[in-house]
Design a protein around this ligand. Sequence first.
Ligand code: CMP
Length: 822
Amino acid sequence: MVVHISETVLGLTGLLAIAVLLLPVARRLNFPYTVLLAAVGCIFGLALEVSQSLPGFIGDFLQAVERMEITAETVLFIFLPALVFESALAIDVRRLMDDIAPILMLAVLGLLISAAIVGFSMHWMTGAGLVVCLLLGAIVSATDPVAVVAIFKDLGAPKRLGILVEGESLFNDATAIVLFTILAGMLTSGEEVGVLQGIWQFLLVFLGGVLVGYIMARLLCLVLPKLGDVPLVKVTLTISLAYLSFVVAEHYLHVSGVMATVSAALVMGSVGRTSISPETWHSLSETWEVIGFWANSLIFILVGVVVPSLLAEAGWQELVWLLVLIGAAFAARALIIYGIVPMFSRLRLAANVSLAYRSVMFWGGLRGAVSLALALAVLENPKFPAEVQNFVAMMVTGFVLFTLFVNAPTMPMLMSLLGLDKLSIADEAIRNRVMALSLTHIRNKLAKAAAGQNVSADLTDEALAVYDRRLQSAEQGMEDLQGIDREEWVRVGLTALLGRERKLVMNHYATGVTSPNVTRQRLGHIENVLDGVKAHGIEGYQRSVRRNLSFPRQFKLALLLQRRFGHVRYLARLLADRFEFLAAAKMVVGQLQEHSLPQMAPILGKEASDGLTELLEQRAQMIDEAVDSLHRQYPEYARTLEKRYLERVALRLESKDFDTMLADSVISQEVYNRLSDSLGDRRTALDQRPRLDLGLEPERLVSKVPFFADLGEERICQIVRLLKPSLCLPDEAVIEKGDDGHAMYFISSGSAAVELGEQRILLGSGDFFGEMALIDHAPRKATVRAVGFCELLVLYVNDFNRLLQENPDIKSAIEAVAEQRR
Ligand code: CMP
């Protein structure tokens, strides 16, 4: 049969038009969109069965739809990458990682258990072959999130619930396809695969897919920043990524294509997000939203179209089998969700998932495109006997329809029964306050407008009375919520402020104030603080803020590299990052104090906003202290950065000015282009971050220690060779009491504190410490800690012995000080 391209175009675009027109209908009827699509698709399918030869356009259209012949490959290679990439791209990767244990458990272990339970019960009840039934089990266990997630969005369900459900179905699609491939291979080739071999094969395919997607996406992230700011290029490349990762994995490397696409999307959504400008990200997510929407709309309607032909030969016996299948599949899901998930939480392998959430997950495990695609794959494969094909096709179709038409429409009811669609008390309180404020505002404006236009008094009163009544009821609502204490309000305020902070951080990135690296670090910090607030309220906030200001773990490695191998580049880079990070943090807190908090104050009430003011002040002070110690150590670099900042602001102002002049037609496009070009060079120069010179050359450090200064050039040269420079971070313990001594230290700049019980003795530039353990061959007498940044010269024990042997004057000077300290 020759299918003309015009027919395909007619069929596809016609269906798409019908599909999207159903969206407003679904909204009006308050009915899940995807379910409506499937229903209309079914009606189409029926129409195709009965009316073969309608004349004219309608007949052509129906024929075109019929000839489109949706195959398993179409679904798997055209629709699935788009669907999977879109939903994985939109997922909050950090939140997903928080719950990765229960998600993977549900997606992998849960799917295997479910496939086994369904398989054995169907085998037992219907007498069909065990492998066929297990295959059926694998197919019907792949959940599809689309319909449920849409319902969650409409009802404003908690975010974590959405992530659990969406994460599960992203990963279990892959599991189902892998299991399906193994079982189908067994059935068609007749070869048995042992359990261990099966598990090995499964892991290989699953993890192989993850790796392929990860590598491809990371490569793209490396390339993206070098491509200039052309959103079209970047957006298109992500579309290629979605499909290429799928095809490379599935077709060439024979690993899981779904996992490749999922992991590629997750990398793009986390690392990739900071490799491109926020505007490009915005157009990227909008484009993907459209692609996802089209794919979803088409797939559900097409799935509906094939249903009637798949069910054409179903009889009473099949109906009974279907009931058994439904029973087994739901029993398996109940066992996993009510039995195994809580067990994992109890063993502390996964975070706790509440009973209400679990009930939604149980009932919301809908099946969709992937299950039907796999059933189609069975139908299309001539190696399967006809009765197996029919059996699988009918059972899967029946089951998918059941979840779509029974579970999906009843989900909103279940959610409201469990109270998951309600706002939290604090959110409700906020809503009431916002409403009251806005009503007061509108009422006053309305009164003024009426007075200005000389509207007659009775009409004005009538209009105002409406607002008065609404205001009264909003205030009444507020009174009902008096029970919320100050701490709760502060907590709400903190969450809102952190949301604001996230925006500001992205803004800094967009205007080039912070680099991608530091932006990522700061976004991660915000998430940590949010978690802190959620788990321990105000105290959690303070703790996480403090932790974020401490030196990150990478410094350990950097210091080790510097001290052991004299490698300073990494340490210098981290310190330059810290400069950037602290400057940006200071700016953000300032903006929060100045703008965001005053805006929120009327909503949160005086007491809570006073609390927030205090918290922000504390934070600003901590940042100032950290900034001060860094600036004291590297004043030159601080000045260079300040200069660079000013230049950047100037550049932005200039460029804005040019934009305005162009918009007002003061200058022509040509002149504008010339002016912009001149800015471009300056911008490129500014984008390079200046290098931080740590100045850790031994000669320089030795010259600052008076102890050595009087020794004469030749001896200094000799000594310099023995001394190793080292930078210490504020509060770092250079020596721990009780340790063995391997070296002594001369302070070149900064200061260190000797901690002797309650007493703290401050040593400054030129002083030394750590000599006693070397002289006495005894453990360290005290802990010595750097106060602020501190540059030291380290003399290791062998060099110490040599130095003292060759320089009796130094020996007696050091011993004299040690004697004094005893
Ligand atoms: P050591 O015992 O090797 O390690 C701890 C160091 O603290 C010690 O050497 C001295 O250098 C220093 N220290 C101990 N006691 C005093 C003190 N009273 N005044 C100054 N420094 C001291």
